[in-house]
Ligand binder design. Structure first.
Ligand code: BYC
Ligand code: FE
Ligand code: FE
Length: 469
């Protein structure tokens, strides 16, 4: 079904034919807009932003581009097309027809997962609220805003499910999604990473690389769900998510590129000398990476999880790209796990969080390969690397096991003493913050980042992507 933009809430779910649902969502809409006004991008309401808006849900040509004031962005409800006769692809219900409604006995489990997913979307907008004030270019400012409006739409995607399928409980949860706030002492966001401040653009690029990539993997696993509306909404969210990955990968890549240029100019890789020339030294980039990667690893949950096992068994949440596996039931398969106590064999269903984390880590490595290639081509021996999945964990078996970034156990004392070598310390943050000066002349870039290879939607890099007004 094509997207209907003539309605108050654009949608392709035939909202006009469900008056009750339409009214409930139209009641939530002004609250969302109020939240956007208070917690969305700071001082941005009057700006004309060159944004893409969804006009269809098929992979080709789903977006239209044009200047939009963000409060007028058409947030809506877009589900990927229904696949006729789709069956459940994993777990105890393997091969049965998918559900168009939530089975009663799975209601609270589904609700919890949808709420957790929904919570991250506005959280990230809140975390990024003030970045626009220090943008390195109009091109980057536009990309930030594009990510922000799409995360806002992802919230809509989950709120639609809550309203359409969870009755009064769902409507209450939808209110709560606007009441919790990132970093709030009394009502924080649900998952750890989404309460971490993102106060500089290096953190933003690391977040979009590592944390939005958790989003990609969680959405992929929910796109496998036996609850068809959830699968379809996540399917479409993934097409938007690709841009967030792009912003992260090219963002970090451009920072590395600029650092290499400066190293070449001064003929030295000395971190102090690099900083003195206004670029981010490679060890600092590594520390930022260590921070956001380890925090994002926690988002997959514990290595051994009965929640994960029952989500898989019940057809709620599959593995990303479930079709690539041979065994979709996994009722008696085992998984070998490395724990602080040694190797342990656990039931594969209980290890699904760890399976997902493994695929995620592989995907993270692709960007590192590219960045390291640039370092190698520039003639330097230094390499960026992902720390061990044991390092600095706050969830799972490795909590309270102090290790160095290579995953080797160290004493608690050494762990605490050396942490500033491993993740950004006060002075790193102060330095990176000192670089964050706003650049808003079309085509101009801040000195710590290289220009992108190309502009947005075939426009030149020096196009005025945001008219600030
Ligand atoms: N912080 O059995 P366990 C995105 C809780 S990102 C705090 O190990 P389970 C995006 C857990 O809730 C994708 N608490 O975990 C990115 C549980 O609590 P209860 C977001 C945590 O249940 C960028 C307890 O610890 N989507 O879209 O198997 C920008 C024991 O947990 C954390 C999803 O996460 C943590 N890191 O799985 C914008 C998908 N980790 O029940 C957007 C939906 C765990 O004991 N969520 N806990 O009170 C899920 O599938 C699962 O809830 C989780 C955890 C994967 C998060
Ligand atoms: Fe999202
Ligand atoms: Fe995202």
């Amino acid at each position: 079904m094509s997207i209907n933009y003539s309605e108050r809430i654009p949608n392709n779910v035939d909202l006009a034919n469900d008056r009750t649902l339409q009214r409930a969502l139209e009641h939530w809409q002004p609250r969302f807009l109020q939240w956007w006004k208070e917690m969305g991008p700071h001082d941005s309401a009057r700006a004309d932003v060159y944004l893409r808006t969804a006009v269809g849900v098929d992979a080709q040509g789903w977006a239209s581009y044009g200047a939009v004031k963000m409060p007028d962005y058409r947030w809506g409800i877009f589900l990927a097309d229904q696949i006729p006769d789709r069956t459940i692809g994993f777990g105890d219900h393997f091969g049965e027809p998918v559900w168009q409604h939530v089975p009663g006995e799975l209601r609270s489990q589904f609700r919890r997962i949808i709420v957790t997913q929904g919570d991250t979307e506005p959280a990230s907008v809140e975390q990024q609220q003030r970045l626009g004030l220090t943008c390195p270019s109009l091109y980057d400012l536009r990309n930030l805003f594009q990510v922000n409006v799409e995360e806002g739409r992802h919230l809509w995607a989950m709120v639609y499910l809550l309203h359409a399928h969870f009755g009064r409980d769902g409507r209450e949860e939808a209110e709560e999604l606007l009441a919790r706030h990132s970093g709030d002492v009394d009502k924080p966001r649900i998952l750890g990473t989404f309460n971490e401040p993102i106060s500089d653009w290096l953190s933003f690029f690391m977040f979009t690389y590592f944390t939005d990539r958790d989003g990609k993997f969680q959405l992929k696993s929910l796109a496998e769900s036996g609850f068809d509306p959830l699968a379809r909404t996540c399917h479409f969210m993934l097409t938007e998510e690709a841009h967030h990955m792009f912003v992260g990968e090219t963002g970090v890549g451009r920072v590395v590129k600029r650092t290499l240029e400066v190293m070449k100019e001064i003929g030295s890789d000395d971190p102090v000398a690099v900083r003195n020339r206004g670029a981010v030294d490679l060890p600092t980039i590594q520390r930022y990476m260590n921070f956001w990667f380890t925090s994002s690893l926690d988002l997959f949950g514990s290595e051994v999880s009965s929640n994960a096992a029952s989500s898989f068994a019940n057809g709620i949440k599959g593995r990303p790209d479930e079709t690539q596996y041979e065994d979709h039931v996994c009722s008696d398969a085992a998984y070998e796990l490395e724990t602080p106590q040694g190797r342990e064999s656990v039931s594969l269903r209980n290890a699904m969080n760890e399976v997902m984390r493994g695929s995620y880590i592989k995907d993270c490595e692709l960007g590192l390969k590219r960045w390291n290639m640039a370092i190698q081509r520039a003639g330097y021996d230094a390499r960026l690397s992902l720390p061990s999945a044991r390092f600095r964990r706050s969830i799972g078996a490795w909590v309270n096991v102090p290790t160095d970034p290579a995953g080797q156990p160290v004493s608690r004392d050494e762990y605490e003493r050396r942490m500033p070598e491993w993740i950004p310390g006060e002075s790193d943050r102060a330095f990176v913050h000192s670089l964050m000066q706003r650049v808003v002349e079309p085509g101009k870039m801040a000195g710590w980042i290289a220009p992108p290879d190309r502009g947005v939607n075939n426009l030149p890099v020096d196009y005025e992507y945001v008219k600030l007004n």
